[in-house]
Unconditional design. Structure first.
Length: 175
């Protein structure tokens, strides 16, 4: 009986994915394609998007041609520009999120605060900012790199009297 349980866990392992941006969404779809369905996505924010949720400054756009910035499983022949604007990219990911039912496995406002692998159980224990604990056979980090501001150490910056903010924390009240 124990052998049957282990074989089932290998065929359909439990998975936790950290992040509901471009990579996190694709992971859900691709894992399902190979038969893995026990998936939980933990997203720190109130909605999907990663880079395209965080970066909303005027003129934000992709620096990759639109045809190359599309999932192979969800082509988008309707891009309005060769280098699509951020809001359009965000809407594309939102469409994918709902079309593929990723919304049913995603927990929002759940930042991951710890991940510990247990050698004896061969499972990950993942704890979230909401006090929830998740156990998984596999853990994927899809946290991205463009959502945390890297502020430059500029001498005198504290004395600058104008508006100052990072592109991922755009102040839309500033023209």
């Amino acid at each position: 009986m124990e052998s049957t349980i282990k074989n089932n866990a290998r065929k359909n392992p439990s998975v936790v994915i950290i992040g509901a941006g471009m990579t996190g969404l694709q992971l859900v779809v691709k894992l399902r394609e190979i038969g893995i369905t026990d998936i939980t996505v933990l997203e720190k924010a109130h909605t999907i998007g990663g880079t395209w949720r965080e970066n909303t400054y005027p003129g934000v756009a992709c620096d990759v041609p639109s045809h190359a910035y599309t999932y192979s499983f969800e082509p988008n022949p309707d891009w309005t520009m060769h280098f699509p604007p951020g809001a359009e990219i965000y809407q594309y990911f939102k469409k994918v999120f709902y079309k593929y039912g990723i919304n049913f496995v995603t927990q929002f406002n759940e930042a991951v605060i710890s991940c510990v692998y247990n050698d004896s159980s061969q499972k990950w224990t993942v704890k979230s900012s909401q006090g929830n604990t998740y156990e998984a056979d596999l853990l994927f980090s899809a946290t991205g790199i463009l959502h945390q501001p890297m502020l430059p150490a500029i001498s005198g910056i504290d004395n600058f009297v104008g508006a100052k903010f990072h592109t991922s924390r755009s102040d839309h009240s500033v023209d």
